[in-house]
Design a protein around this ligand. Sequence first.
Ligand code: PLP
Length: 452
Amino acid sequence: METTLNPARHRALQRYEDRTPTSRALHEKACRIVPGGVSRNTLAFEPYPFATAEAAGAHLTDVDGNTYLDLVNNFTSLPHGHGHVPTLEAATAELRRSSAVGTAHVLEAEYAAELRRRIPAMETLHFTTTGSEAVGLAVRVARAHTGRVRVLKFEGGFHGSHNEVTQDIATRAPLAPGTAVPARPASAGLEPTTTVTGVYNDPASVHTAFARWGDEIAVVVLEPFLGNAGLITAEQPFVDAIFTAARAAGALVLVDEIQALRARVGGAHMTWDHTPDLVTVGKIMGGGFPLAAFGGRAAAMATLTGADRVIQTGTFTATPPSLAAGRAAMDLFGADVYDELDRRTGRLRAGLRSALADAGLPGYVSGLGSMFNLAMSAEPVTSYRALRSADVELLADIRLELLNRGFLIMPRGTGCLSTAVTDDDVDRFLSAVGESIRVVVATSPHSQEASC
Ligand SMILES: Cc1ncc(COP(=O)(O)O)c(C=O)c1O
């Protein structure tokens, strides 16, 4: 453990380590064979992530027997929490028939039709195993359809691990307003791309990108809210600028709803006046199983067929258990469920604001539908620049206190509710937030400065 940490953080980390000795031993063992101890970067946090032994409903139990209210939900992908019986029964019934087949399967077109009913912009669609594959293939389709190669994305936007979009995800120095630049890789080992990065929620940046590269841009990749960065929501003038510029230049617009499908039935774009050319979905639509999809205008998706086509492969694409689980989970995730979760999460968001106000701590709470995000910032976090100036140390202190009380949110301050989370769970979470903030304010020299 670092000895330069403030004493309050040091004590909180010590409490975490005291509660999780088996997780620590497992982590040390894993690090000898799995660099970093886990295969997904997002799961790693200091001093080490606890290991789950079992999950049920809204709760996780770790290998030391501690329980946590799970507001991470496998990074927003579990609509009904863990062990949802109708989803498991549907998946198990299929599993008994076949776990995976190298043939066509009846469930594929059936679930595709249900997705199109919810998301009319997906005139036709293909399934994939992951969201990363869905985005990568949608970009390929856009390139094949337009005969161009450039992608325009926005800083802070996370769209999976495909090369073209693994760019400018968490840059420390935000772009200047009104600018758009050749993208900067967000990972070592990436080959150079032609991607351009613009400023989220900044119509002037969109104009700059199109003025400079308009006749080269194949597709604009847009997330309705920055799921990886403060849940900053796309404002209408920004959305209008993208669709207007793309239409005028002959570029396509890909709306990445992989997380935002949690916002409302059919995805967050359903309230816009514009219809996306391409849409990607994933996470909750798999019901907790590996499944995602991309689709859009039939004319563009037609590039997936014919002699000179976009090639899609994938041994475990759209396995029958995943299709069955996704369909069963989403059949129980209709408009009424969205409304109920929005109400419950809205109460949670309001409670977070009250807890901050009671402690006199500046903070900004955002979120849509069943999602929430806490950023320790006195100014509204409506831009990536504002998010970057938020106090991440203060957030880390609060999150660690919550973890020690049995509440799991993402290190970046984001959480989400599954249908397994009750109003009582929300109340218990809010009271733990109040206690955590009080402890942090009282003991952290850092936060005492911040609250003065
Ligand atoms: C908006 C968005 N797009 C794409 C992805 C990539 O999906 P996957 O992790 O399934 O590859 C994610 C994952 O978090 C995401 O949030």
